[in-house]
Design a protein around this ligand. Structure first.
Ligand SMILES: [Zn+2]
Length: 262
């Protein structure tokens, strides 16, 4: 039996509605990720993460996986490299809002968004609050960077500044998911993020960001990437994915057994 939302007939979805089903909505984007990774890196990670989470949870609870949103909001500065598609932030937010509202108004109670693109944190947080106001239901937002942070940091090869964009973290994940689209001969560490301070996190997994200040305006990048992809491996990618799935599934069990209409 498929767990894809799009594979269900309308009566099937009616059955799922009676079973307190968890919906999973992966969101990535399409933007340049340096010379060695495909432009759909975030969307590819989002889709794989959604599939793995649904596969892990389906034996114990009703789950439906929605199609991945593959386009979103990126900074204009990234347009200097081909492949960056920009949906204006408000258009993106309106689309996610309408999509989620349709599902919640349909009667689903539990909806988890997988946030797999660095630029979407703020917009998705705001949309989740607006959905609370509109539907009296709370969606959850999960970010694989955060979910796998401790496990990644325990064994990472790059020092602080090595895991931002097209980096050790993302390159390892894509090497694990689909190695055929990665060209490691083009990977370089020239854009390791070198700025360190008590206020700016070293990278997405290192330290705590205490201020908002985009790395794109602190240290210019030559390749369109930030960090060190040269030390990335498929084994590290598997470790990250396994950790993100285990922790994500643990949280989703908790999310589904608390709150909302029983
Ligand atoms: Zn990315």
């Amino acid at each position: 039996m498929s767990f894809l939302f799009r594979d269900q007939s309308s009566p099937h979805l009616g059955e799922y509605l009676k079973k307190r089903t968890l919906l999973i909505l992966p969101i990535g984007t399409t933007e340049e990720h340096g010379p060695h990774l495909p432009v759909d890196t975030d969307a590819r990670i989002a889709e794989a993460y959604g599939t793995r989470l649904a596969t892990a949870l389906v034996p114990e609870m009703p789950v439906l996986l929605l199609d991945t949103i593959r386009y979103g909001y990126s900074l204009k500065i990234m347009r200097q490299w081909p492949g960056t598609i920009i949906i204006r932030s408000r258009v993106f937010m309106d689309m996610v809002f309408d999509l989620c509202r349709s599902l919640l108004d349909m009667g689903f109670e539990k909806l988890a968004i997988l946030d797999c693109h660095g630029g979407h944190g703020g917009p998705l947080n705001t949309v989740s609050r607006e959905l609370c106001d509109a539907t009296d239901k709370a969606v959850a937002i999960i970010n694989p960077f955060v979910m796998a942070k401790d496990e990644f940091n325990a064994v990472r090869k790059s020092p602080a500044g090595g895991a931002l964009h097209g980096c050790e973290f993302e390159t390892s994940l894509v090497l694990h998911i689909s190695p055929e689209v990665v060209d490691m001969s083009k990977a370089t560490d020239v854009d390791h993020f070198l700025y360190h301070s008590d206020f700016v996190a070293g990278d997405n997994c290192m330290g705590k960001q205490r201020v908002t200040w985009s790395s794109w305006y602190i240290q210019p990048t030559k390749t369109g990437a930030y960090g060190d992809p040269t030390v990335a491996t498929a084994e590290m990618g598997k470790l990250i994915m396994d950790a993100a799935v285990a922790n994500g599934a643990r949280f989703l069990r908790e999310y589904c057994s608390n709150g909302g209409q029983q």
